[in-house]
Ligand binder design. Structure first.
Ligand code: ZN
Ligand code: ZN
Length: 350
């Protein structure tokens, strides 16, 4: 630690739309922890939600260091760390499960009763706690850039969503919502799962992007536009085998159900505002044998698989990140991202 200055610049979240770039102490490293010099931190829809709302019940309670998608260099290791050393380039996930609870023992670590979250990526340095070091931190192959690597966390969530949904080759997969998460679904459904992809988004620019990511069919979800008709027309009147909701609004959840064929599966991937509800036509659910699923978060196995997918070039920052900004501009970046849903990511370079 002696080589490092004792202070650093970091974003501190104080509450609703209230964050400041401040000088704070460099985090202390306990025996199992490592300290990482952040080289790229990516904005995420969850961060924008947290910024708008001022907190997240499970992930972050202000005042707190902020940001969770990052990659960087190890600059200090605790006395008990054996698998990593100073100078390594790494990506660390934003959480790690306990490994001992009911859910962890059933391979549902994403639902762990004691999921440990870590924030503080929008800073010069971040402490990676021992549990994440052990379970969810990986050294980067030389050909992976910091920005590419920082995509591993959201990508792991998306890959888990696809695995849980059970997409088969040749399936028609409709993806509603074409922000970075929706784009990852489009790309992987097409290139890894060999599905036919219908991309549904609110802007022509998003549809163009989705096409470049491999979408076969494009449907513009304009104010008041009929979406069910076009999707049925593209599926011989039946509806899609699989629908992914990547928006997180009750009315879009409802739309997702209507796009399914009989026996189809919907994944409500986008989390809706707290307290909202969705009504379901019981006859439709029963007689059409619909499967309604939701996916939350990731597991250590999926973090490894996501790093592998990034390493093979399936997902890359050039498609997901469209701005690079210094940490000093974070407030302005967050305000911009709040203007509408579906922005691509900004890379913050602290
Ligand atoms: Zn995220
Ligand atoms: Zn657990």
């Amino acid at each position: 630690m002696s080589l490092l200055s004792q202070h650093m610049t970091a974003a501190v979240l104080y509450g609703k739309e209230h964050l400041r770039i401040e000088t704070v102490d460099v985090p202390q490293v306990e025996p199992g922890d490592v300290l990482v010099r952040v080289r790229a931190a990516l904005t995420c829809g969850t961060d924008v939600k947290v910024f708008r709302r001022g907190y997240h019940a499970r992930m972050i309670q202000p005042p707190a260091l902020f940001g969770h998608e990052l990659a960087g260099d190890i600059v200090a290791v605790g006395s008990a760390v054996q698998d990593f050393k100073v100078g390594q380039r790494v990506v660390a996930a934003n959480s790690a499960p306990c490994g001992e609870c009911f859910f962890c023992k059933r391979n549902q670590e994403n639902l762990c009763s004691d999921l440990l979250f870590n924030n503080g990526a929008y800073a010069e340095y971040i402490r990676i706690p021992a549990r994440i070091v052990e379970k969810n931190m990986h050294q980067l192959p030389v050909h992976i850039s910091y920005q590419d690597a920082a995509l591993v966390e959201p990508l792991a969530c998306v890959m888990r969503g696809l695995e849980e949904t059970g997409v088969r080759p040749g399936d028609t997969v409709a993806v509603i919502g074409l922000g970075p998460i929706g784009m990852m679904f489009v790309r992987l459904a097409k290139s890894v799962y060999k599905a036919r992809v219908i991309a549904i988004g609110r802007r022509q620019s998003q549809l163009d992007r989705a096409q470049r990511m491999g979408a076969d069919e494009l449907v513009l979800n304009d104010e008041g536009a009929d979406i069910v008709g076009p999707v049925k027309a593209l599926t011989s009147g039946q509806g899609a085998d699989v629908v992914i909701e990547a928006v997180g609004l009750p009315e879009v959840w409802q739309l997702a159900i209507q796009l399914l064929r009989r026996g189809g599966v919907v994944n409500f991937f986008g989390g809706c505002p707290t307290g909202t509800e969705v009504g379901v036509d019981t006859n439709l659910l029963h007689y059409s044998e619909l499967t309604l699923k939701a996916s939350f978060h990731h597991t250590p196995v999926l973090i490894r698989k996501a790093l592998e997918a990034v390493s093979r070039g399936y997902i890359s920052a050039k498609d997901m990140v469209n701005r690079v900004e210094p940490l000093a501009n974070l407030l302005e970046v967050m305000q911009h991202l709040m203007s509408h849903n579906g922005h691509l990511k900004t890379a913050i370079i602290p």
